[in-house]
Every structure is written in C-alpha cells, then in structure tokens.
Design a protein around this ligand. Sequence first.
Ligand code: SAM
Length: 286
Amino acid sequence: MEKLSNPQVTIETIKKYDFAFQKKFGQNFLIDSHVLDKIIVAAGVTKDDVVLEIGPGFGTMTQYLAEAAREVIAVEIDKTLIPILQDTLKDYDNITLINEDILKVDIAALVQEKNQGRPIKVVANLPYYITTPIIMGLFESHVPLDNITVMVQKEVASRMQAGPGTKDYGALSLAVQFYAEPYIVANVPPNCFIPRPNVGSAVIRLTRWENPPIQVKNEKFMFSLIRASFNQRRKTLQNSLVNGGVGVTKEQVVEALLKMELSETIRGEALTLSQFAQLADLLMDA
Ligand code: SAM
C-alpha cells in the first residue's frame, strides 16, 4: 500500500472516511516524506527500540516508526481516528493503539509493561496546544527515555533551546535544559501539513542527560525561583523574588547575590541554570 506521506493518499483517506479535522485537537497531518525521514534519523530509531507516538492522526508517522522500530505504542485522543488507523496500519503487527488522552496515561507503567522499564523514545508531531504539559510531564514523572523528538511550534523550539541574555530565554528553556540537551533538527514550513497550520514549525530533539548537568538540593524550590524571576522579567531578580511569593527576604537575596559575586541589580534572564541552582542552594540554607 502507498504511504500516507504521499499527499494523494492522505487526500483519498479524508474523502473515504469523510473526515472532519478538529481544531481543538491540533490536527495538522504531515504530508512530507523528507521531513518524516529526517525525524526518524534524528531520533535514531532502530529495531531495538520501543517508541511512544503521541497523536498518530491518520498514522502517517506511525507507518515510518513501525518500519524502523521494534514496537510502537500510539496514543490518540480522537475516537473517530481509531477505525481509520486500524485500516491504514493493518499491514503492521508491531503497533499498539490506545484511544486515550496522553495527559491521562500512566506512561511509566506502560514503559514498564512494554520495555521492562528500559528507556524508550518518544516521537511525535505534537498537538501544539499541549506541548509544554506533555514534555514537562514526561520529564517530571521520570519516565525512562533516551530522547524526545517532536514537531512543535517554531517559537517554542527556539524557547527550549535559548540561552541566557536572549529574548527567548525563560522558564521553559531552563526546565527543558535541566533534563535534556536540545537540538533543533529542522524548520518545517506550513505547506508540509494538511491543513496548513498558521504558524511555523520545527523538529526538536531533546536528549535526556544520563547524568544531570547540575546538582541542586531542592529542584522544586529552584523551579519556583525560576518561575518567579521570569513572571516579571523586566524587574530585577531581587524584586521578582521578594515579591514573587517564594518566601525569601530582600536581605537574604542580597546576601546570596553578594556571595555569588553578582550585581544587586541583575535580572533573572542573565542567570545560567547552574547559577539558579547555586542561588537556590544558598537561599535554602539562609
Ligand atoms: N501524527 C500525525 C501526523 O503527523 O500526521 C498527526 C499529528 S497532529 C499535529 C496531532 C495529533 O494529536 C492529532 O491526531 C490529534 O487528534 C492528537 N491529539 C490531540 N490531543 C491529544 C491528546 N491529549 N492525547 C492524545 N492525542 C492527542
């Protein structure tokens, strides 16, 4: 059977099932074989791998994953897509299809069941409206994984990869970089999808650190400092923290900044991840 990455096959499938795209589910299906090849190569999918795909849609990427991986678990929220997927994926015997909201799936239990707790890969053309909860959920719940290789909105990819002092740098950059090393694989224009999204897209690979790049006594406290710093990003770090509801006084912040040899008027956007960790450790002990 011809693959769905051939736009004609996708168009025929839409007609055959009289499929109505649902905006609320972020449905923009890929129709570009070069982009799909790039994603599979960037993720480094081999016959040893169990891959979790979030939102298979018609199964366009699932067909590529099933050929490259040992096993694919595909989680799709839209129940009208299930009979279509059973048809488009009927030639493959290594796919488990789950009709569920990914945010409600116990992924760690799934990895335990399907791969005996060994690391999996996550590959997806994500529904953009829940990019951050999906990615942070995977990291924070400590699901064993090698890498997450996903299509996201271009601006979101830039934010994940940004470093201190740039306009895109923020809480998302620090959260992602605490858990993984980001690498932008490709920019993808709207004409690679049906229907065309009204934003640019990019494929980003997040390779989970084997050993964390920084040590911090209390991760939660560090992230509450980071969130408070960027909630009011035009203010000094000192003011953002004192007014940010994180339970620190002006004197404590001034003393910590002095110990770190940083200016009293520095803004949060100038601090690296390891400086936030150091600050959190100093304020914990204050
Ligand atoms: N993988 C397909 C492709 O590349 O052509 C479709 C990608 S489309 C951008 C996003 C997919 O995620 C849609 O199929 C949508 O129905 C599904 N989706 C949206 N929200 C979801 C959720 N909470 N859990 C699981 N799937 C979801």
